[in-house]
Design a protein around this ligand. Structure first.
Ligand code: THU
Length: 140
């Protein structure tokens, strides 16, 4: 369970990250703040590429930063995004990012916070965004 004040802090952090987005092709800035179970927050922004395919979403940037430092247990992620960094609607994670979450997170408890501002946000469980997802348990 993520506390309200912690949610607001994750939103503030995710919003700050949109400034670092590298988006010369879409102009769509996305920021993410990933809360690990050890209390650390890993940040991410989307990073595009002239060859398009190698582009990386903000959520995966945050996950890969954490995992590359040996952190693999997570409680929540906040995602914000908008054209030119103007936040008007929720920016839901793409299917690939949902699958990456499925690899490291418990779908019944991992919280995905979609936000427009500190006052306007909604919290989903991963299970709601990726029903019947395929994960490590399927290969056990
Ligand atoms: N994007 C993300 O960073 N996260 C998502 O889950 C959806 C899409 C980025 C990818 C690309 O740089 C831009 O948004 C437009 O698709």
């Amino acid at each position: 369970m993520v506390e309200k004040e912690q949610i607001r802090e994750l939103i503030r952090t995710a919003v700050k990250q949109t400034a670092y987005s590298y988006v010369p092709y879409s102009g769509f800035r996305v920021g993410a703040a990933l809360l690990a179970q050890n209390g650390c927050v890993y940040t991410g922004c989307n990073i595009e590429n002239a060859a398009y395919t190698p582009s990386n979403c903000a959520e995966r940037t945050a996950f890969f930063k954490a995992v590359s430092e040996g952190v693999t247990k997570f409680s929540a992620i906040c995602v914000v995004g908008g054209m030119d960094g103007v936040l008007t609607e929720y920016a839901p994670p793409c299917g690939v990012c949902r699958q990456v979450m499925m690899e490291f997170c418990d779908p019944e408890t991992f919280a995905v916070i979609l936000a427009v501002s500190e006052e306007d946000y909604q919290v989903f469980r991963l299970e709601e965004l990726l029903p019947k997802g395929f994960g490590p348990g399927n290969l056990a």
